[in-house]
Every structure is written in C-alpha cells, then in structure tokens.
Design a protein around this ligand. Sequence first.
Ligand code: ATP
Ligand code: MG
Length: 456
Amino acid sequence: MNLFLPEEVLNACRILAHNKKESYVVGGGIRDLILGMAPQDWDLATDAHPREVERIFKRKGYKVIPTGIKYGTVTVHINGVSLEITTFRKEADYTDYRRPSKVKFVTNIEDDLSRRDFTVNALAYDPLRSLLCDPYHGLADLKKEMIRAVRDAEERFIEDPLRMLRAVRFSAELGFSIDQKTKHAIIRNVELLSKISAERVREELDRVLMAVHFFKGLEAMQELGLLFVIFPELKEGWLFAQYHPSHQYTVLTHTIEAMRYTPADLTVRLAVLLHDVAKPRCYSRGEDGRGHFYGHNVLGSEMAEEILRRLCYSNRVIKDVVTLIREHMLELRMGPAGQRRLVARVGRRLIPQLLQVRLADIMAHSQSQLVRSWEEYKQFTAKLEETLKTGGDFALRELAVNGTDIIEEAGVTPGPLVGVVLRKLWDEVLEDPEKNNRVYLLSQAKKIITTLNNHG
Ligand code: ATP
Ligand code: MG
C-alpha cells in the first residue's frame, strides 16, 4: 500500500531508520489518511526508548518536548509540524480506571497495536517500506465503516471505560456504525464510565456534541446507556408523557428531537440537551387534564448548573447555558418593551443562541403547532431585529443618570436606596426609551423618593 505522507513525517522516519530504529505512522493520522481526510496531527510509534528519541532528534537540531516521558511520548517539531513519537508500549495496571499508572515498553509493533482501542485505530504504516501492519483487520473495518474493539471488547472497556464513550465519539466523527459485539460490551459495562474523571469524560462528550454526525452519536449514547451515566437526571424524562396538545413526544424524546435542529455550537447543544431536565420534577396535572410544568425553566437552570459543574465545564459555558435554559420559554408574542427587557436580562451577545434554542424547541413540538409557531417565531425575530437597532445592550449602565447624580442632584441618601431608584428608572426607560434623558429622570427620581418616604 502506498500512502502519501508529508515530507516532515517521512523525514522523522528516515532519521529513526538511520539510527537503526523502526518507526510507524499510527493512530488517527493513518486512519484519516486512508479515509482521504486531512489528519489533524501525526503519531509515530517506534522501538526507540523515549530518551533515545529525545537524543536522536536533539542531535539533529530539532525542538523536542518530553510531553509524557513516563508514558513513552516525546513531541518533535519539524518545520512547524508537530509529531508525537511514542515508544512501542503496553499499558499495565488499570486498577484505578484512570490513565495506566504504569506502562511497559515492548519490542514490536504488533504488541503495541494490541493495546489500542479500536481496529481502525490499530493500523500502523511504515512509509519507508510502504508496509501496512494491520493485525486486527482495521482496513476492512474502515471499508465497512465500522467501529470494533480490538480483540475482546469487554476486556478493553474494563481496562479503560472511557473507550466506551470514545467508540461513540469516533462513530459520530466518522459517521461509522458500532459493531454489535462492541455495543453489547458497552451496554454490559456502561456503569464503569462513572469511574472516569469528569475532565476526560467531558473532552470526549464535547467531541460527540460537535461532531459532523453528532445526532448519530447522541442516539448511540442513549441506546447504549452512556447518556444516563453522564446525565442521570435526564433519565427522569425517559417515557415521561406530557399530556399536552403542544407535545407529541415524551420529555426525553422531545429533548433528543430538539437536538436535531441545533447548529454546531456547544453552548446551544448543552442548553437544548438540558432545557427540559426539570420537567418531571415540576409536573402537575390541571383540571382540564393537561400536564403543566410550572417553573421548570428556573429549576432546570439550577439543575443544569449543578450538572455542568460536576462535568467541570468552564464558568463561561455554565453561565451561558444557565441563562439560556432559564429564558428558553421565550414568549414570542411579546412587544418591544418586553423585548428590551429580554435583552437587558440575557445580554445582546447571547440573543442569537437563545433564538437557536427556542427554534430547536419549537421544531420538536407537535406537528399540528408547527406552522403557527414558525410564523410567530419569524415575526418575533423580525421585530427583535428592529428593537436591537434602537439601542445598545439595554443595560442599566446606559441610563442617562448614575448613582452619583441620584445622590447629588436628586438628594437621595447614599445606600441601598440608590440602587432601588436606579432600577425603577431603568424599568421606565425599558418601557419607553424616550424617557432616557437627564432632566426627566432626575425629576422622576425625586418623585420616587417622595413616594417611598411616604410609604415608610
Ligand atoms: P484524533 O486525533 O482525531 O482524536 P486519534 O485516533 O488520533 O484521533 P487520539 O486520542 O489522538 O485519537 O489517540 C491516538 C491513538 O492512540 C488512537 O488512535 C488509539 O490507537 C490510541 N489510543 C488513544 N487513547 C486510547 C485509549 N484510551 N485506549 C486505547 N488506545 C487509545
Ligand atoms: Mg490523534
């Protein structure tokens, strides 16, 4: 087999060969190359020990970083191309379900490939001899578009449960199916994923959520039970009927359906995934027989905060997702004043994402409501565009007077009252932007103070 590799990769292999060392291109690089995709990064496997690799490339004047010497990995930079060079190895000691605490260096590529997760990732290519080493028939699986565990699936997943989520991630990135035996091994061992550190889970989850075939990945996560291990709260909505004409689906099915209509934006996808998480806890049945979920947006935003903290998301992502969930009920028939209040609460930056969340939610409602909701949505966004043109962020700081003005010119005593007055003024201005002028606001501030004083 002849594969075209960048000169820098070939160069690294030639340098190692010159030092009587074997080297193979392995992992995602070779997989993506065979698939005709542009590899993101390059991994090499060699029989040279990490310290030798370091010495060989340093001697040649290349920049070498001992990225993970303990695990046998050294990063070499050649003409701006970064190569991860790892000594043939096998992991030992998986007892804590984390990264192997020990690795054992081995002398041949077959042993190295035997510890890899999936057959399509267990291909090695020697570019100097144009030889493909494929003991687990990864090439056939690439052709069949199949993710299959190397050797015994159950053993692979017990060694490192994160591989179960990686199976879904590769399936979502490549659009491949997961082999039946591999699937069954995931279903049987799915609970082990809870032993994996939140950061590692989150990294793979994010890749599923952002993958080209993310919906396939999401469905696989649900089918295999991974979704409920990561988000046990979502299980509450499973088979939860809504008894409402707006909804033809159960809570969880509605959520998954809504995900179909999300753009590739992590914040939006997390918000849609969790937007109805609190519905089961907020359920009540009205006298008319309809199901109601009062307050599920507020409780949902609180639950989402806890869930996302547990998964170690950044404060920024958490804050945005929480806001989007709190506001996801967005009343589409609101007028301009309501829209200004909305922008003041949410912030202009997050508005496009809120609209995406709302639209995804609408799309997964009952078919019978769709035409009407879509019309309302279109009219709402057109009006909102007009509203947004008329101002900045509609934030309190844009008020034509500030705290000092209120104290010095309207005679308000410094203290919490200043804030109360400012917010009342701001509320008036959101209702009618014409009122945002100093003279009016100062006289109004005096009136507010008098009223407040009269009421003790
Ligand atoms: P990408 O770079 O697109 O994420 P990749 O296949 O290179 O895809 P990496 O996570 O970079 O994935 O890992 C490189 C290779 O190392 C994999 O192809 C696989 O052979 C092996 N590997 C990585 N993580 C594991 C794991 N947890 N268990 C077994 N093998 C693994
Ligand atoms: Mg890689």
